[in-house]
Design a protein around this ligand. Structure first.
Ligand SMILES: C[S@@+](CC[C@H](N)C(=O)[O-])C[C@H]1O[C@@H](n2cnc3c(N)ncnc32)[C@H](O)[C@@H]1O
Length: 245
């Protein structure tokens, strides 16, 4: 008898029509985030950039506007379906842990909006970065855009306060896991429950994982405007260079 594994939260939570309702504000935010993040990636025109994960493609126009050639990849069929309709392009269904791309094929990997730390183990989260390194050419660039742990820690009103009604119309409860490493965000909308379970690393852990995966950190930014990283800032954006083998 095979062992039964429950479905990983990220397989279902993002692949649901109500996900688009919960994250509706990200459509508008793309107009600010896209150009800013594409500029921080800072590659020459014509560079091949893998948008991993691409979601429904909200940041693709900004990447293309910078002159990048973009290939998107995501696990969620529903996101990819919406992407094909709203932002046609070259797309692949994939899992971060085993990318369907050749070694050293890309100039950039663009990983926006806290799309790292989803896996339950350090090995798998490291594997995601190792896969990013594998598909990048030597000196290729990874832009890793994360929610700052310090910001969540300071946002005491939302974290650990029990259920509340979010402005967007869903009920929400946000807590730290018992070991304090992961953030658990539960949401209820139209009778459906969603539960994100994301490792929010310390800054030194992000740096150590990047190093271990084969990257040299070039810059850490603390905001879309490219200000330097400092403790407590909302956004942690790492620009890392794939070390030549
Ligand atoms: C927060 S969204 C960010 C999407 C996009 N970067 C953006 O800014 O709109 C996270 C995305 O990661 C995708 N995802 C989750 N787990 C994944 C996995 N194991 N492999 C590939 N994609 C995954 C989800 O389907 C979802 O589209």
């Amino acid at each position: 008898m095979g062992r039964w594994f429950p479905m990983d939260w990220f397989v279902r939570d993002f692949d649901h029509p109500l996900y688009f309702e919960i994250y509706k504000d990200k459509e508008q935010e793309a107009f600010e985030e896209g150009p800013a993040l594409a500029a921080l990636l800072a590659l020459p025109e014509g560079s091949l950039v893998l948008d991993l994960p691409c979601g429904w493609g909200r940041l693709q126009p900004a990447l293309e506007h910078k002159g990048y050639r973009v290939v998107g990849g995501d696990l969620s069929p529903l996101n990819l379906q919406r992407h094909r309709v709203e932002f046609p392009g070259t797309l692949a269904r994939l899992d971060f842990r085993s990318l369907p791309f050749k070694n050293a094929c890309a100039d950039g990997v663009f990983c926006a909006y806290t799309s790292w730390g989803y896996f339950a183990t350090d090995q798998e989260n490291l594997k995601q970065l190792q896969e990013f390194a594998r598909v990048l050419r030597p000196d290729g660039v990874l832009l890793l855009d994360l929610t700052g742990r310090g910001e969540v820690e300071h946002n005491a009103a939302a974290v650990g306060s029990g259920w509340y009604l979010a402005e967007e119309g869903y009920r929400e409860r946000v807590r730290w896991s018992s070991d304090g490493r992961r953030i658990l965000a539960e949401r209820i909308l139209a009778g459906e429950r969603f539960r994100h379970d994301i490792w929010l690393p310390e800054d030194h852990e992000v740096r150590a994982f990047l190093q271990a995966a084969g990257f040299d950190l070039e810059r850490a930014f603390g905001g879309l405007d490219g200000r330097p990283w400092e403790a407590g800032v909302e956004r942690w954006i790492y620009r890392a260079i794939r070390r030549p083998a």
